[in-house]
Design a protein around this ligand. Structure first.
Ligand code: CAA
Length: 242
């Protein structure tokens, strides 16, 4: 049976690279998106990967969306929780809306998406769940109290869920990308971005495919002994303990 992989935020940036990589290994992939219809249509056209639109922060939409994907493609065996947004600003100026939006999309989505899929994985005694955290969930970042809190939460979520599901042959791992050449990083003010690049020992931003290759490993049957881990890929910008 063909493996079915579902990638949230799968039509742009890191998620699109992950979707492409998982497809290139022979899986059927569903790419979930919420915002940019034109980018999704272009991605669909260029890759042949089906796209589905729903809000990963909406519990009902996730349950219904996953049911639709599974009806059309089959049971999901690889889930990549990648969808994320930033609403940067210093905390003393941050609004409740900035906080809620980031926590909902980046952390509530761990519950909504994974809850909709995990029971089937447990019944089938197989699953690969890969959660995209961030360097800023590990080290904290000025202007990103909301994002850093959500991404740190992703790491705790990963470690606990890994322990609960190891006996069912379901692995749960987190990947912490550093600053990657995506729209999200392009949105940072140029002078701030230059400073960020100067602080990366490798001397450049990462490429989306450099994250996708790691996700492909974690999604593979060969990674069966790797669970509850936090994989740091940041060009040496922050050397974390896990
Ligand atoms: N430490 C402490 N204070 C700082 C600071 C720092 N590093 N940088 C700026 N400030 C303070 C300034 O001193 C100033 O304070 P005062 O008013 O008291 O003097 C205040 O911030 C205002 O500075 P700005 O005029 O630059 O403020 P701003 O509100 O326009 O922007 C910011 C501040 C939101 C922090 C902005 O600099 C910013 O967006 N920084 C980038 C944040 C970032 O790295 N985002 C990552 C996006 S990519 C991503 O999220 C992907 C991923 O996973 C890596």
């Amino acid at each position: 049976m063909t493996d079915i992989a579902l990638v949230t935020g799968g039509t742009r940036g890191i998620g699109a690279a992950i979707a492409r990589s998982l497809k290139s290994e022979g899986r059927e992939v569903a790419a979930i998106y919420h915002g940019d219809d034109d980018a999704a249509a272009e991605f669909r056209h260029n890759t042949g990967i089906p796209v589905f639109k729903w809000d990963v922060a909406d519990e009902t939409a996730c349950r219904q969306g996953v049911a639709l994907v599974e009806k059309q493609l089959g049971p999901v065996s690889v889930l990549v929780n990648n969808a994320g947004i930033a609403r940067d600003g210093l905390f003393h100026k941050m609004s409740w809306d900035q906080w809620r939006a980031v926590l909902a999309t980046n952390l509530d989505s761990m519950f909504t998406m994974t809850r909709a899929i995990i029971e089937g994985m447990r019944e089938r005694r197989f699953g690969r769940i890969i959660n995209i955290s961030s360097i800023n969930g590990q080290k904290g970042q000025v202007g990103q109290v909301n994002y850093s809190a959500a991404k740190a939460g992703v790491i705790g979520f990963t470690k606990a869920l890994a322990q609960e599901n190891a006996s069912r042959n379901i692995t749960v791992n987190a990947v912490c990308p550093g600053y990657i050449d995506t729209d999200m990083v392009a949105a940072v003010k140029e002078e701030v971005r230059d400073g960020i690049i100067a602080s990366i020992p490798v001397g450049r931003l990462g490429e989306p495919d450099e994250i996708a290759q790691a996700v492909s490993y974690l999604a593979s049957p060969k990674a069966a002994f790797c669970t509850g881990s936090v994989l740091t890929i940041n060009g040496g910008q922050y050397i974390a303990n896990g």
